[in-house]
Design a binder for this molecule. Sequence first.
Ligand SMILES: Nc1ncnc2c1ncn2[C@@H]1O[C@H](COP(=O)(O)OP(=O)(O)OP(=O)(O)O)[C@@H](O)[C@H]1O
Ligand SMILES: [Mg+2]
Length: 241
Amino acid sequence: MTAEVPVLDLRHVDAFYGMAQVLFDLSITVKRRQVVAVIGANGAGKSTALNVITGRVAAAAGEVLLDGRSIAGKATHDIIAQGVACCPQRRRIFATMTVTENLELGGYVHRHDKTLLRRGRDEVFALFPALERKAQELGGLLSGGEQQMLAIGRGIMGQPSVLLLDEPSMGLSPKLTTEVFRDIRRIADVGRTIMLVEQNAYAALGIADFGYVLEGGRVALSGPADRLASDDYVRQAYLGA
Ligand SMILES: Nc1ncnc2c1ncn2[C@@H]1O[C@H](COP(=O)(O)OP(=O)(O)OP(=O)(O)O)[C@@H](O)[C@H]1O
Ligand SMILES: [Mg+2]
């Protein structure tokens, strides 16, 4: 029996902005149906790691594999078409477009395949009934939590192999943060694969299967999320214990 090929596999990745190296020998593996959390302080390189996956920043060394195939050096639109959806750090939903129109944009790669589009919409509305109720409302009139649902829902519309979330808790109250993380867990439980990067280590490790601690562009520590959450160093440095 062969081992399952990870959905996403970063192997020994280095990355630079100009002359400045920001990722060092970064290896991260995301297996199917897992939630993998990458936690770290401001400037640790979390968003850059996502930018390498989506092809916005080139890997100067190492490999990036999606479903076992190299995507390093490909253009962002090709990587998206191959099954990577990314919800950026600032949720860019379109305020003057309806919920339905926002979702249609997320399904753009499948615009010629009505079956896939319907499957995406059914999945999003099953996960977030509030979005179905507000399907004809403008994105800008949704609450902060609903806008986050819409941003994530837009990612799901592409029916991606992996959903990348950059700081989904940003700008949300503690209560909404709890709800959004519960949603993220539900999304994985119905079969999706998620890599999320977060400064909120407590919330992220609380729902993740596996975690990585990023410090200065390097993996300082990794392991099952529950084990990281009870690790003395992680508790002191990231959980305020
Ligand atoms: N476009 C850029 N050009 C030059 N340097 C950059 C650029 N974007 C980020 N950096 C630098 O790269 C390093 C990693 O930044 P990155 O945005 O990946 O961190 P992060 O972990 O996502 O931080 P945050 O939690 O604040 O979002 C930082 O030192 C940052 O200043
Ligand atoms: Mg960031």
